[in-house]
Design a protein around this ligand. Structure first.
Ligand code: BEZ
Length: 210
């Protein structure tokens, strides 16, 4: 069964470059990003892991714990870590899971047999504090992901969770947002005392709440 938005993200125990973890304990009360890459010692993956390490302070600011995963053994992860630091200028600063028995890959549907029988694809799962799946995306092995985009989505998800707003096309942090249709004009008056612009009754634009 494919993991779908709103489903509870399964808990697991894992061996990682930071030692054994219980995933839920690692996430604590905050948000999480679990992402898989196809294989250690490969070029695109090397750039992605370096980029996530560079962006770690941005994930921290948003109270998001990050974990990477592939089906390579722990000894390969440790050996590869040196290459990542050397070539990308950023050392791994988050746990990289060694899922050699593919248990976690199976739980999260990270192996797509028609793409590869053996490697995990480039999956990303964003998990909320309620441990439910808020976003999932899948990229092929040949395309490196844009982790700035993952941060942008997390900003949107966190605004929705806190303020009953949605974000329009190409929105970036700081730009105007949309009052969700479930909020009546009456309720919106209390939530957004500074007012909003009604473009259509279903399209109400408001300054991004802080
Ligand atoms: C890469 O990370 O460069 C890669 C990994 C698996 C297949 C193709 C490319």
């Amino acid at each position: 069964m494919t993991l779908q938005l709103g489903d509870v993200a399964p808990n697991f125990q894992a061996e990682t470059t930071d030692g054994p973890i219980n995933f839920y304990k690692y996430l604590g009360e905050g948000w999480g990003v679990l992402f898989s890459h196809p294989k250690d010692f490969t070029p695109v993956c090397t750039t992605e892991l370096g980029e996530v390490a560079r962006l770690k302070p941005e994930f921290d600011k948003r109270n998001v714990k990050v974990a990477g995963l592939s089906v390579d053994p722990l000894k390969d992860h440790h050996a590869w870590a040196g290459d990542i630091e050397e070539t990308q200028g950023h050392a791994l600063n988050f746990p990289l899971i060694a899922d050699s028995d593919r248990k976690i890959a199976g739980l999260y549907g990270m192996i797509h047999p028609n793409a590869s029988e053996t490697f995990t694809v480039r999956s990303v799962f964003v998990i909320g504090p309620d441990k439910k799946l808020k976003l999932s995306i899948t990229y092929p092995a040949s395309t490196g992901r844009n982790f700035e985009e993952i941060l942008r989505v997390i900003d949107s998800l966190q605004l929705t969770a806190r303020h009953s707003v949605a974000t329009p096309v190409n929105w970036k942090h700081g730009e105007d947002v949309i009052i969700v249709p479930a909020v009546s004009d009456e309720a919106a008056k209390a939530k957004f005392p500074g007012g909003w612009k009604t473009v259509k009754p279903y399209l109400r634009v408001v300054k991004q709440p802080t």
